[in-house]
Design a protein around this ligand. Sequence first.
Ligand code: FAD
Length: 462
Amino acid sequence: VSRLNPEILAELISVLGQDHVARGASVLELHSHDESTHPPVLPDAVVFPGSTADVSAVAELANRHGIALTAFGAGTSLEGHTVPVHGGIVIDFARMNRVLQVHATDFQVTVQPGVLRLDLEKQLSGFGLFFPPDPGANASIGGMIANNAAGIRTVKYGATRDHVLALEVVLADGRIINTGSRSVKQSAGYDLTHLIVGSEGTLGLVTEATLLVYPVPEHFSTAIVSFPDVPHAAEAVYGIMGHGLDPAAVELVHQDHIAWMNEDEGADLPVAPSLMIEFTGPNEKAVGEAMTSALEICDQAGSTGSDRGLGREARNAMWRMRHSIRERVHRRFPGHRIISVDVAVPISRFPDLIAFSQDRAAARGLDYRVIGHAGDGNMHMNLNFAPDDAVARRNAETLNGELIDKALEMGGTSTGEHGIGIGKRAYLVAEHGAEAVAVMRGIKKTLDPNNILNPGKVLPDE
Ligand SMILES: Cc1cc2nc3c(=O)[nH]c(=O)nc-3n(C[C@H](O)[C@H](O)[C@H](O)COP(=O)(O)OP(=O)(O)OC[C@H]3O[C@@H](n4cnc5c(N)ncnc54)[C@H](O)[C@@H]3O)c2cc1C
């Protein structure tokens, strides 16, 4: 890949207009990193396209000159996805942020990639609809598609992948293709839609997406259940899932986070490892009964208390607290860096994974807190350390590697939802095998022969 020289910059400006090509220090800095601990790299320029035609023209130019082109949504990735490691152009989709059409009677919506999750939620709520994938951050839909983001509701509704029906994609050379259709059943040809989902901006640039949405449930039942320790809570999760109760969310929360929720929000919860559980449905009786069954299972697993709520407000309050977890770590440990462990295993192995992870973290003397989208077998551990503490950082990185090895050994994955980015490239062959990774390389070479789209991500170096 080459760098942006003055002639190419002039060409870029002639394509997009001076106002939409930025080179100022603060804009370059903002687009040099994501929310991870991976070191920042400044791009040469940041562009703000306003249309698919703009995106196509930028890709054609970058491809012709062999310049790296890295897509940027909201920059909330956790594995270095948006760091432009080869400099070049960052393409920020902030201006392409419109909800194009709500197909309310078909439970679908067509959006531009830059629309933010919470803005989409607001616009859909007017139609009594919602888009279930909900990463803790206010991510862009393009970034969520590119990372196949998930969140607390995945256990019931699936990840972003399960909600994408059709895409408009700009390829590396500027060609524009359409994938999929508005039919919820599709069987025509290779599934290019789901090749692009999760490809982290390395195979194409999403310029439009048609998504599946759902009616907002009418009834909610919630509970926060305490346990003597995390392994007991993990056993309860296994029980709830094993009984086919279909929870809308089952989240594991570390006792420190509960204590901080009490301090910050006056929550008055017992300070203990806890599960946040939600059931949703069309009638109050059914969600109430499902919760009663879940709480019985928790009792059998040794729960020590529960705080039960009913209705939308109780539910919103619970998730507001849950979604502030990372922010609270930042507030308690100003300046600290956070490595976010994101392994997932088959549900029967979840209790073993938790026990192993706690043992290893304690053995390494790390400041750790286990949380997780437990209903999916997806464990997170926030490992935080002072930026100048090289020993703690090395320990945290080593532990992250150990937990990935363990998850793979259990038949799981190195990343349940955050994606590969820079950070997980080293594990791709261990997870999929050399031949499968060679096939991935073949796909990349076909779609992006000059390796301009987000180079240095997903695939390990050859
Ligand atoms: C506090 C916090 C909590 C989080 N919780 C969760 C969680 O629960 N679950 C979860 O899955 N993730 C979570 N994340 C991670 C992150 O929010 C998701 O990965 C999200 O999908 C990133 O979206 P973004 O818009 O910020 O994308 P960015 O970080 O800007 O980009 C992500 C990737 O997509 C590419 N990209 C962006 N736009 C496009 C496009 N239009 N076309 C092609 N490629 C594109 C980029 O090049 C990059 O590779 C969390 C992050 C934070 C900070």
